[in-house]
Design a protein around this ligand. Sequence first.
Ligand code: HEC
Length: 273
Amino acid sequence: MMNKIFSLVAVAAMTLGSWTAHAASSAPAAPEMSWPSAGYLGAFDKSSLQRGLQVYTEVCASCHGLRLLSYRDLRDLGLSDTEVKAYAAQYEVLSEPNEDGERVMKAAQPYDKFVSPFANEQEARAMNGGALPPDLSLIVKARNFGKGNFFANFYDMLRGRGYASGADYIYALLTGYEDPPADVEMAEGMHYNKWFAGNAIAMAQPIYEAEPFADGTPASIEQQAKDVASFLMWASEPRLEERRALGIPVLLFMALFILVLYLLKRRVWRDVH
Ligand code: HEC
């Protein structure tokens, strides 16, 4: 009986999930991309993450922070300790007080958090025509296509896509700039983007075709958008691979253990049945 109730509830939840996902996505959904880190056994593509870091550093970092990451987290991307130190040293942070109680600016260290481009929200808005460039640490988890509800996210999770639809959105947004249709009047400082809610975004197109990356990959708009979206996926879940490396063996162990318990139960109850 309990079993039946449980499966009914599960089916209802999933139906409701996919139904609300449809209802909410009156805006067209961007195509699902294949991300190497999606799926139950996915892993990050390190060279893509390194290219994404470069795009973030050269393009996005002048407006968007990544305040939840530390520079030393970049070791996950395959950067050596010296490279991490050099990367951190491009930025400045306030030192601890010296004997006179003064705090001075000094080069950031690997243990420091990523330095945000603006001192506070007011400065960020003042420099961006009143719009606030959000911190990108968790943006991949915060955005997805009309699926801003628990059930739809849960359904994606069941499919092993986790937060991949957030990365789909970032990719679509960065490649979605177009001339506005003839009958659409854009407000001052707004840009037409076919994937942004309402189609008018205060962020000007950030990515343009560039010189090839150091590893020879051509830096088309699509390639840069894909790499920076992968990088932001990593930024929102830097421990993903560790979790999977631990979680999958634990699940296998549990499965075996259940079998052992079942056999044991049969043995103990043998005389009664
Ligand atoms: C010149 C400053 C500037 C640069 C450079 C810039 N952005 Fe933005 N970005 C903004 C502003 C301002 C907003 C807020 C837009 C709005 O609310 O209309 C924004 C919003 C966003 C959003 C949130 C969109 C949403 O759904 O609310 C994402 C994601 C984003 N930017 C990603 C990026 C990435 C990735 C890069 C680098 C490739 C980048 N931005 C470069 C200024 C910038």
